[in-house]
Design a protein around this ligand. Structure first.
Ligand code: FES
Length: 121
């Protein structure tokens, strides 16, 4: 049996987690494919360029995460951009410069760069 104090602590922690999740729902997420083929195709430079742009532009409402292989070797490096309330957009065959432009155009100005998007995955 846990003490009341312990239970209160658990409740507080759960509340924090839920708030965190709610917070994240309002943020833009950028997911970078960092599987083996992604990395060998230059995903690390793409990730660093994205982080650098976000820092330079002081974008506090953007979360960057990494994912492993998603089975699309020939399209690497690739990223998903998920804006709150909008469908996921997957950009493929990126490099650092394209990644910077995606931050400027899609993340900041809400303009999808259609030429680099792969549909329906
Ligand atoms: S390592 Fe390339 S698709 Fe999985």
């Amino acid at each position: 049996m846990k003490s009341l104090e312990e239970l209160e602590k658990i409740r507080e922690q759960a509340k924090d987690l839920i708030n965190l999740r709610k917070d994240n729902e309002n943020k833009t997420r950028i997911v970078v494919g960092m599987g083996t083929c992604g990395i060998s195709a230059g995903a690390r430079q793409v990730l660093l360029a994205i982080l650098d742009e976000i820092k330079k532009r002081n974008l506090n409402d953007v979360i960057v995460t990494e994912t492993g292989c998603i089975g699309l070797c020939k399209f690497e490096p690739l990223i998903d951009v998920i804006k709150p309330g909008q469908p996921k957009v997957t950009y493929v065959n990126l490099d650092a410069e394209k990644a910077r432009q995606i931050v400027a155009k899609h993340i900041v100005n809400n303009q999808i760069i259609e030429d680099w998007v792969i549909p329906n995955i």
